[in-house]
Design a protein around this ligand. Sequence first.
Ligand SMILES: [Fe+2]
Ligand SMILES: [Fe+2]
Length: 361
Amino acid sequence: MKRVLTKKLLPGMILANDVFTYDSHTKLMDKGTVLNEKDIARLAFYSIIDVLIEDAPAEETVPPRASETGLTYSERLRQSEAFKEFKHDFEECASKFEHTIGDILKGNEDLDLDEMMTPIYSLISQGRTTSNIFDMLHNLRLYDDATYTHCINVALITNIIAQWLKWDESEVEIATQAGLFHDIGKLLIPDSIITKPGALTDDEFSLVKTHPQKGYEAMKNLSISAHVKNAALMHHERCDGTGYPLRLRGPQIDKFAKAVAIADVYDAMTSARYYRGPICPFIAISMFEDEGFQKYDPEMILSFLHNIVNTYLLNTVRLNTGEVGEIIFVNSANLSRPTIKVGNDYIDLSKCPGVYIQEII
Ligand SMILES: [Fe+2]
Ligand SMILES: [Fe+2]
């Protein structure tokens, strides 16, 4: 039996123990479950940090298949000039951010916020559309484990969420900063715990869960919006009171923390992992639709899902039945289940319970 971080799980691995949610100790999955992509996304959705896995070798995982045209959507994207440019800008951004954060954690309170935010905004501008940015983020494979990468992803996604919600310009800026700084407390947790191969003890696990307070403390004296500090403290709170550290409920949670919470979980579910391709965004969307409306701000989550689905309109997808078709109509009442045109047929996924979008190709 070995401990595997959720972000390193592969389809085919077998759970060695039952998995429970951290808050209500509701059983999420049974011992013996052979994990598939949906299960892994579900564990990420519930912010499960790690699970125990049977030693038996995982079934051979199939690398992303080439489509009929030779390359998958991800492969084509990764070879494009636009992607290479994004990747380059992103790397630069990550190293600048790492530098500044190092200063903050050492107690340096002179933060040049503008200098820090400029590279982030330049990632978003440059004629890149939101669907571009989501696609690029889903396919970035470098700095796989670094908290810095995750923070930049969350900054970009929170920025997009704020724009979709039509927040004013100064609020969009605060939202971006809130995403960037949300996990700064994680950098204060010893690496030996984050990378420990065996199961975490209760004490070690409690320590990991202190990262929201640690982040808040680290930023307390910085001249930065109180919302940014609140987002560090409250991004693991959930509207139904099942989050941590304070078990706050909807109205008590800072609205910037609510936006960051959505971006944080979406990134955990969809960002590419070195050993497997990115999880299909439609799997993440269905998870939010099935289990997310009590946990996240309903207005924010609706706008987020609606907009994401619309960015994939007219994309070609492969269904779990193996059929390939084009997304031609979004069902507002069932966002993860649009209508797909396959040949001359139309498949309304909202009327086909067992069929779902497995892959964008
Ligand atoms: Fe966090
Ligand atoms: Fe996070």
